[in-house]
Design a protein around this ligand. Structure first.
Ligand SMILES: Cc1cc2nc3c(=O)[nH]c(=O)nc-3n(C[C@H](O)[C@H](O)[C@H](O)COP(=O)(O)O)c2cc1C
Ligand SMILES: [Fe+2]
Ligand SMILES: [Fe+2]
Length: 407
């Protein structure tokens, strides 16, 4: 666990967690950090306490001691969000100290009680404050449905620090650098994509609530954004707020000037058309990523589709439906409410077809509102006429996606 000073009287404890399925689903390529913050006045508060993924709290306690904070001196546990990646240590903490107060929203209070049996809770509402002494005053600002209904921001007034929990968070382990001003251009780029991965994998379903949370952040005078996962922003805290706003647009059909090719092929018939599409995109100088199902991870697939202004789907028919791994990926994208993308589908069939029907079912079921160009289906191998049709559609897609580009 790494210990860092964020500002006078404010410390971050952070640890990298790798080789896990985040939320039991997401095979995150570059891990994630869990960040916990300590605010010291006369009284001490810990915000979003974290422990090792295995639940071992000793690491946290010894890290606190190295910062000169006696774990027994902690008066307040501030639970910005009850999800156990932030609150899972409460039960363990109770074993070493039992006179602390949990501070959280009314919705979190019900969860704290039902998950951990805690009842010493102070419920806070918008604008409530907690004076820790020595100039450290915390205020609380609920941001419901930023992931869960219980979530709130905590804001420290003297240092203008926003403890934003899942909001403004990013996946990706932190190796040497923890603050925005320490990052190399490569690290800035790395954490931008890890932010997109986080937003798209974890948060995108709640985009309307995230927009309200962005608006709320903009009403606060912020010098430091200190999230629950990923880097702390102190040189340019507006950047991550603006980035999250841009990501919220990607959730609703905008994207970077690039195409995601979501595809699968059993015997290589559809693959021939995928390779043809690649040659056109290369000729036209359009950036693209290829997501082959089922080989690509779900985390990467959702993130790449999310950040692209256009999506090309290559999928054959399988048992009167779509090739199942492509259907599964598209359904996941639909469940995440990634809407409004410009899209085009092609694929091979043997005798009846059926992929097209399931495409309509999935997009309808999840109300995706994607703007599909007319699909191109071919029996067996694609012929010249199909290649010509595919080329025309891809060129049309490249034109249409220009309206969607936000970078
Ligand atoms: C397990 C399996 C199920 C299939 N089910 C259908 C089907 O229901 N209807 C159909 O038209 N073709 C069906 N096909 C034929 C494929 O769609 C056809 O072989 C196509 O060319 C495969 O394209 P690919 O090589 O890109 O995978 C099926 C093929 C397989 C292997
Ligand atoms: Fe969460
Ligand atoms: Fe989280």
């Amino acid at each position: 666990m790494k210990k860092l000073k964020v500002a006078d009287g404010i410390y971050m404890l952070t640890m990298n967690v790798e080789d896990i399925l985040f939320e039991g689903i997401w095979d995150i390529a570059n891990g994630v950090t869990l960040n916990s913050y300590i605010v010291k006045g006369d009284k001490t508060a810990i915000i979003d306490g974290v422990v090792g993924w295995d639940g071992a709290p000793e690491n946290l306690y010894s890290s606190m001691e190295e910062l000169g904070v006696d774990p027994k001196s902690i008066d307040y546990l501030i639970v910005n969000h009850m999800e156990p990646d932030h609150s899972g240590w409460i039960e363990d903490f109770r074993k070493i100290k039992d006179d602390f107060t949990i501070i959280c929203t009314d919705k979190a209070a019900q969860l704290v009680t039902s998950f951990y049996g805690e009842d010493k809770i102070r419920i806070v509402k918008e604008g409530d404050t907690l004076d820790l002494g020595q100039g450290k005053v915390l205020s609380f600002h609920p941001v419901p449905n930023v992931h869960w209904p219980d979530t709130m921001y905590t804001y420290e007034q003297s240092t203008k620090t926003l403890f934003s929990c899942d909001m403004f968070a990013a996946f990706g382990s932190m190796k040497d650098h923890y603050f925005d001003d320490e990052m190399t251009p490569e690290e800035v780029e790395f954490f931008e994509f890890e932010g997109i991965r986080y937003y798209s994998n974890v948060m995108t379903t709640f985009t309307p609530s995230l927009r309200r949370a962005i608006d709320k952040a903009r009403t606060l005078d912020i010098s430091i954004v200190a999230p629950g996962h990923g880097p702390v922003y102190r040189a340019n805290p507006q950047k991550i707020i603006d980035d999250y706003h841009r990501f919220s647009l990607y959730a609703q059909g905008s994207g970077k000037n690039q195409v995601a090719i979501l595809w699968g092929s059993m015997y290589g018939m559809t693959k021939r058309a995928v390779e043809f599409v690649e040659r056109i995109l290369q000729r036209e100088g359009v950036k693209y990523t290829k997501l082959e199902m089922p080989l690509n991870s779900e985390s990467e697939t959702v993130a790449q589709v999310f950040q692209s202004a256009a999506v090309i789907i290559g999928t054959p028919t399988y048992e009167y439906n779509m090739f199942p791994p492509v259907a599964a990926a598209l359904s996941e994208i639909g469940r995440k409410k990634i809407s409004g993308k410009v899209a085009f589908r092609f694929g091979s069939f043997g005798w009846s077809g059926g992929a097209e029907k399931e495409l309509a079912e999935i997009t309808e079921k999840y109300k995706m509102n994607w703007e599909f160009l007319e699909s191109v289906e071919f029996q067996g191998s694609p012929k010249d006429e199909h290649f010509n049709q595919i080329e025309a559609r891809v060129l049309e897609l490249i034109e249409k996606m220009k309206e969607k580009v936000v970078e």
